[in-house]
Design a protein around this ligand. Structure first.
Ligand code: IPE
Ligand code: IPE
Ligand code: MG
Length: 233
């Protein structure tokens, strides 16, 4: 089920967990826990909508700067989530991958990541990429290093081959901020960008549908003119 109206690659900056909790006088941790539930709902909805690839920003390379207790809580939630969702993802035909520099994670977390990637490797309905300890600048650098290691000239084409994920069609950011925060810098070159005030724990399948409808109305010109796009081939 793929057509040009359905974005092949949707990326989401899942922002607003802390504010969601604060507005309810709850600890930030509760916002993150609800954020995991939201990810589960949106993953199911994305599979139903025929989206081939979903990449979500779970923990940025800059998020290490948060209070140690919050970082520890997020790491714990990540490990728990991998163990809890591995089987249901596999059953739903979802192949999970983690993108980012995983060498900074504890050996236990690295093992949980490898296990979940291995267990879901056969999934063909959708690819779910979790960006953890991810930064767009890091991604460009690791791609350049790999291209150089293979003796290739550094060009947009060679680098593109080594980026963690391919180009993004639709980028969604929840939580009201209108910035990229070092997410998929290279891959968002021609992404349609949908900003919403909805806080991530409140984001629903209906909100995803709203973004998908908005995307359908975009004219993706990639530098060309409208007239060129409408001309018969
Ligand atoms: C996004 O929610 C989750 C992570 C960055 C891990 P935040 O924790 O940034 O929530 P706000 O922006 O403080 O509301
Ligand atoms: C971006 O959110 C990172 C994730 C959603 C994981 P932040 O909340 O960290 O972004 P800034 O710091 O407000 O730009
Ligand atoms: Mg935030």
């Amino acid at each position: 089920m793929s057509d040009t109206l359905t974005p092949a690659h949707v990326a989401i900056i899942m922002d607003g967990n802390g504010r969601w909790a604060k507005s309810r006088l709850l600890p930030r941790a509760e916002g993150h826990r609800q954020g995991v539930q939201a990810l589960n709902r949106v993953t199911e909805a994305a599979v139903r909508r025929g989206i081939a690839r979903l990449t979500v920003f779970a923990f940025s390379s800059e998020n290490w700067a948060r209070p140690a207790a919050e970082v520890a809580m997020l790491m714990q939630l990540f490990g728990q989530g991998l163990r809890r969702w591995c089987e249901p993802l596999d059953e739903a035909g979802v192949r999970l991958r983690v993108i980012g520099d995983r060498s900074a994670f504890s050996p236990g977390l690295q093992a949980a990541i490898a296990e979940c990637e291995h267990a879901t490797a056969g999934g063909t309905r959708m690819e779910l990429n979790i960006a953890a300890n991810y930064g767009g600048r890091w991604d460009v650098c690791q791609a350049a290093a790999r291209a150089a290691a293979e003796g290739l000239a550094v060009t947009p084409e060679t680098l593109g081959r080594f980026m963690s994920v391919p180009d993004v069609d639709l980028l969604i950011r929840t939580g009201g901020e209108c910035r990229i925060s070092n997410f998929l810098l290279w891959q968002s070159a021609y992404a349609e960008i949908f900003f919403t005030d909805r806080l991530w724990p409140d984001f629903s399948a209906d909100d995803l549908d709203e973004a998908l409808r908005w995307y359908e109305g975009r004219e993706r010109r990639f530098g060309r003119t409208s007239e060129q796009l409408r001309a018969p081939h």
